[in-house]
Write a protein that binds this ligand. Structure first.
Ligand code: ASP
Length: 425
């Protein structure tokens, strides 16, 4: 397999890390909260009409960031699933591919349940005043929550799109992922002369999307500053408490998932502490680059040389896992969706929760292993629930920090899968 584009991506991300993007984001967030507090505080006596204008103008980079990620969302999901499927070694895939996909699916479902369960228990959105600006916007859009089990069969049939282009245009993620899987698998059946142009074309589109996402990421510190100012100015200090609890919820859920991995490692006869010690370099690199695709070559090397996983297992599981096994991302997307839904006052009944579970399972599979992809795909999940993507403003400030942790969880998930398949196949 040719990893050259990933190595280039890895290098350019290292540059971003060296320029301390994450530190700039933290500074932006902190300064934004301060400016927002200053504009809204009674002590500063800042005239309201100026405050609104300033906070609106400051939120322009943030809105630009959100537009850029929305713009690139569909092509990015489409090509990353296709390239993921067509780049997997077909012979190995035929032998143990079914089991691997079943395992990845199961671990994603576990993460989704952990994510939803933790957020329902902690209720991070409960901190927000019920009558906030997002709740007012959403009521008009609340299309899904009237769903019920009676309509479920019909709804399930709708997942297979009659008109895939229409699904792409209207942002129906679920249908697009299903359609793309079918196309991806059918491409593997083609003769080489027909297959190669499509592979090349998809890889080029993927590179274009990665470039645009990289540009968007450079905007993040300014986006975070302005959005935070706007958020704190319009919603007040309760917002900060709410965000702290949201952050806590994601971390608690990540911790649960790491416990699940540790149990799986123990079952496979490995000491989890030794496993983490041997994987520490790749995990730190994943943390600082926020890209599991960028660290893929090092993940393969770690699996083979440090964890003593055979080549035929690691060469298959790591690339496939980097594409479709995103437990950290699934947890992040679940907690964020439930949090935003709670803030927007959406009725979280059983059918809505089921919708979240199904959509995020597929959404995380469709999320490519590049920085910020988790929030890009999250945008379409929210759209599917009738929540305006503008509500992402709430969590965009914490995106980078959570991106670092969820990428690390994603990579732990792939390495754990290698250990399990080494032991049991
Ligand atoms: N950055 C993550 C990864 O590479 C994907 C995400 O943004 O959730 O694994």
């Amino acid at each position: 397999m040719d990893f050259t584009p990933l190595k280039t991506l890895s290098l350019s991300l290292q540059t971003l890390v060296e320029r301390k993007l994450w530190a700039k984001v933290l500074v932006g967030m902190f300064m934004g909260a301060l400016v927002g507090l200053f504009l809204s505080s009674k002590i500063s006596h800042f005239p309201t009409e100026y405050g609104v204008v300033i906070s609106n103008w400051l939120s322009v980079p943030g809105k630009l960031f959100l537009k850029m990620i929305q713009m690139i969302m569909m092509p990015l999901i489409f090509v990353s699933i296709i390239t993921g499927i067509v780049n997997s070694p077909v012979e190995e895939l035929k032998k143990i591919g079914g089991f691997i996909i079943f395992y990845f699916f199961l671990s994603t479902i576990i993460s989704v349940f952990i994510g939803v369960g933790t957020s329902l228990l902690i209720n991070p959105g409960g901190m927000f005043p019920e009558d906030n600006q997002y709740a007012r916007q959403t009521v008009k859009n609340q299309i899904y929550s009237q769903g019920d089990f009676v309509n479920l069969p019909e709804y399930m049939m709708e997942i297979l799109p009659g008109n895939p282009l229409a699904s792409m245009v209207s942002g129906e993620l679920l249908s697009v992922v299903v359609f793309t899987f079918i196309i991806g698998i059918s491409i593997t059946q083609l003769k080489d002369q027909y297959k190669q142009p499509i592979i090349l074309f998809s890889s080029s589109i993927q590179q274009i999307c990665i470039t645009v996402v990289k540009w968007a990421m450079r905007l993040v510190p300014y986006a975070v500053f302005g959005l935070m100012t706007n958020l704190v100015y319009s919603t007040g200090t309760e917002t900060l408490k709410g965000l702290a609890i949201y952050l806590e919820t994601v971390f608690v859920a990540f911790l649960f998932m790491v416990m699940v991995y540790s149990i799986l490692l123990l079952i496979s006869g490995r000491n989890p502490l030794v496993f983490f010690k041997k994987s520490k370099e790749v995990l730190l690199l994943a943390f600082s680059t926020t890209s599991s695709a960028a660290v893929m070559p090092l993940s393969i090397q770690t699996a083979q040389e440090k964890l003593k996983i055979s080549k035929h297992i690691s060469n298959l599981i790591i690339p496939l896992g980097t594409t479709i096994n995103m437990d950290g991302t699934a947890i992040y997307q679940c907690v964020s969706t439930v949090f935003i839904a709670q803030v927007c006052g959406l009725n979280l009944d059983v059918s809505t929760l089921l919708f979240i579970v199904i959509t995020i399972t597929l959404a995380s599979i469709g999320t490519p292993g590049i920085p910020g992809a988790g929030i890009v795909v999250l945008a379409s999940t929210l759209e599917g629930m009738g929540i305006p993507t503008a509500a992402l403003v709430l969590i965009v400030g914490l995106e980078r920090i959570l991106g670092m942790f969820r990428t690390m969880v994603n990579v732990i998930g792939d390495l754990t899968a290698c250990v399990i398949f080494e032991k049991f196949t």
